[in-house]
Ligand binder design. Structure first.
Ligand SMILES: [Zn+2]
Ligand SMILES: [Zn+2]
Length: 283
């Protein structure tokens, strides 16, 4: 009998900025950010990019009725799938929506209302039949979505704000750190805090070091800066995430090879990839 992992992670979307379906993105995937995490008997989702649409179909098929959805922030590539997330339209679903990135006085509920807003979308959020709870928090807060699951949070350096997460349970740890630009200051310190000795961290590696000077200030980082941050933080394994939207599989493969030459514990995250982190006693 296989033992259940402490944290079971499945990637439903690893792309940043925009979906890019087609034959050139089959390996790394075209869906935008969405990561499913199962831990402590709970289903948690990080971001509602387009990858949450097939995830919703899968959860409905499994009759999952309790879901926690954590937003890093509300840029399109992280919210665009929510109006098509099937469990949100089922009255048996208990859906808890968490967000803490807001710098403009909005709340998780007003954020969701803004996603479902005619004429940009034909129905309002009140069409969702799920029992929805909205949870607002401040970056730095520690959340306990389940009794034995702890989530640390922190503010990332990104336009309009973004939140990074660190999930811990049963001695295993996973950090979800997307949409940040290395800043050599408090943003980097937050990354290091949330990634400290993590078993796995996913980080915003949108640009190559060569591309970055053209995009400085856009709010995204590079694989070499991510590698340096992970080395400082003692991360065991880390994934390049939030792939640039126009990047083909061939180009992304070249980037992965370059990153692995410098950091053997790095890999480029693939849509559909599954990573199980064992309980401490099993390592
Ligand atoms: Zn993004
Ligand atoms: Zn963003």
């Amino acid at each position: 009998m296989t033992k259940s992992p402490a944290i079971d992670i499945r990637i439903w979307g690893a792309r940043g900025t925009f979906t890019i379906p087609g034959p050139d993105t089959l390996e790394f995937g075209g869906h935008t950010c969405c990561v499913e995490v199962r831990a402590g008997g709970r289903v948690m989702i990080f971001d509602a990019g387009s990858g949450i649409v097939p995830l919703g179909e899968a959860l409905s098929g499994e009759a999952v009725t309790e879901i926690d959805l954590f937003f890093s922030h509300a840029h399109y590539d992280h919210i665009m799938g929510l109006p098509f997330f099937q469990p949100a339209f089922c009255d048996k679903t208990k859906l808890r929506i968490w967000a803490g990135h807001m710098l403009d006085g909005s709340t998780p509920e007003t954020m969701v209302a803004g996603i479902f807003r005619p004429p940009y979308f034909p129905i309002t959020k009140d069409w969702m039949r799920a029992q929805i709870e909205y949870h607002q928090f401040s970056p730095g807060d520690v959340l306990n979505p389940a009794a034995d699951v702890q989530l640390q949070t922190g503010a990332l350096c990104h336009p309009n704000g973004a939140v990074g997460y660190r999930l811990e349970t049963s001695g295993a740890s996973f950090a979800y750190l997307t949409d940040f630009e290395h800043d050599g200051g408090s943003g980097d310190a937050t990354i290091e805090r949330l990634a400290r000795d993590a078993d796995l961290a996913l980080l915003d590696a949108t640009y190559t070091p060569q591309e970055y000077p053209h995009f400085a200030g856009f709010g995204h980082s590079t694989w070499d800066e991510c590698g340096a941050l992970c080395a400082k933080a003692g991360v065991k394994q880390w994934g390049l995430f939030h792939h640039m939207h126009l990047r083909t599989d061939t180009e992304q493969g070249v980037i992965e090879t370059a990153a692995q030459a410098a950091y053997p514990n790095a890999f480029a995250v693939r849509q559909g990839q599954r990573i199980a982190l064992p309980k401490l006693a099993e390592t």
